[in-house]
Design a protein around this ligand. Structure first.
Ligand SMILES: [Mn+2]
Length: 413
């Protein structure tokens, strides 16, 4: 069985509230199509975060439709399986499921419900997450607020029951698995991790999304000199995102080509390095002296635009430059490039005088908030701003609400 594994497309992302990334996604999909043609995978998997926001614009939806219809038309024998991530609206993805199903593209939005009774109703529910191919099985699990081992194991057991020929089993999930490297995702303490034991057993390859850095859990971070690795089943891997979603993601991104010989056999992973249309730059570089006057800022910007066709720029400035009206200087220079060179307004300030830290509002990176799946993480980090709040009672209130939602979801099947 051969699959092409990608995730975290974040279609419709607008960088710094200003720049659309359609051309960057277009550049990514051109490479993806070439790999589909060259390697002829049995299936293309997208493990969640298809869109950047739950309600993407009509133009972004249209782009998604057009792109995947094209891929399907060009490679009609390749299955396409797409699951919802925490950025996606599960209901909106699910709403399109039946229409996409007509062309053999599987979209899965809603997470599995848990059933106590083992009856036909439960079996039908489990089968909703199983895509059977002539060469193997795909268990397509979208983002789950709470990963529940019992239901995932029941689905994997159902696959086992159907898999009489010992074909490879690939499972998809969208979650932060403990033991991963979360560089670029804010503080590790703010990411709610799931133990790999909670995913269940019975798959040969777990095709993960959510963490943007490509990596195999339990193995050293991808070595760029080594394009291919073989491991005994089971293997757990993040393919990584399609684009650098933030300037913190300076590591190389890739798509994973995965070959599995048989159930319980050998998993071979080939990393297909993605060529990024726009890279992220810091000017002057961190090794150089930060710019401190408007003339210096103008000089480094002009130098960059002369030597680079495009990119995202972040300025490295001395705190002496704080009074400069940067917008007024930067935008006219960059607009002359037709916005091919783009401005990241999160300036790196050097030599900033110390402030009274007790009054400081905790700083959140935008990406950190976007990846937060537990609202309590936000409360914990800001707790000193709400002196009257009792964190323990808040935690139990949250648990109660969560339970109520869970129970109301599981009344009908
Ligand atoms: Mn995600």
């Amino acid at each position: 069985m051969r699959i092409l594994h990608t995730a975290d497309l974040h279609l419709g992302q607008i960088m710094y509230h200003y720049y659309e990334r359609v051309d960057e996604h277009e550049h990514f999909f051109a490479q993806l199509k070439e790999w589909c043609a060259q390697y002829k995978p049995d299936a293309l998997l997208v493990s969640g975060d298809v869109f950047d926001i739950p309600q993407p614009s009509a133009a972004v939806k249209e782009y998604f439709n057009r792109t995947f219809v094209q891929i399907h038309r060009q490679f009609p024998d390749m299955s396409i399986v797409i699951t919802a991530g925490n950025h996606d609206s599960a209901s909106r993805i699910e709403a399109d499921r039946s229409v996409w199903g007509l062309s053999g593209v599987t979209l899965i939005g809603h997470a599995p419900k848990e059933f106590i009774a083992e009856d036909d109703c439960a079996t039908a529910e489990y089968d909703r997450f199983i895509v059977e191919l002539p060469t193997g099985f795909i268990v397509a699990i979208p983002f789950m607020v709470n990963v529940r081992r019992a239901v995932l194991q029941a689905i994997l057991d159902r696959v086992d029951e159907r898999n009489i020929n010992g074909l490879p089993v690939v499972m998809m999930a969208h979650s932060a698995i403990a033991g991963g490297d979360f560089l670029g995702h804010g503080e590790i303490g703010n990411i709610k991790t799931t133990s790999k034991d909670d995913i269940g057993t019975g798959y040969d390859y777990l095709a993960l999304g959510h963490i943007h850095r490509p990596q195999t859990i339990g193995m050293p971070i991808d070595d760029e000199s080594q394009k291919q690795s073989c491991y005994p089943s089971p293997v757990i891997r993040y393919s990584g995102s399609a684009l650098h979603v933030s300037c913190d993601e300076q590591y190389p991104h890739s798509v994973s080509l995965v070959d599995i010989d048989q159930h319980g056999g050998i998993v071979s992973i080939t990393r297909l390095r993605i060529d990024e249309l726009r890279h992220f730059y810091i000017i002057p570089s961190l090794e150089q002296k930060p710019a401190s006057t408007s003339d210096e800022v103008i000089t480094v910007l002009n130098e960059f635009c002369r030597s680079h066709e495009r990119g995202y720029l972040r300025l490295n400035l001395d705190y002496d430059a704080e009074k400069i009206n940067l917008q007024q200087i930067v935008y006219p220079i960059l607009e002359a490039t037709g916005n091919e060179v783009r401005y990241n307004p999160n300036v790196i300030w050097q030599n900033r005088p110390e402030k009274d830290s007790a009054n400081n509002i905790p700083a959140f990176q935008m990406t950190e908030i976007q990846q937060m799946t537990n609202p309590l993480d936000f409360v914990r980090k800001t707790i000193n701003r709400y002196p009257g709040l009792d964190p323990d009672s808040l935690e139990s209130d949250f648990a109660e609400i969560e339970n109520e939602i869970y129970n109301s979801e599981n009344i009908n099947c």
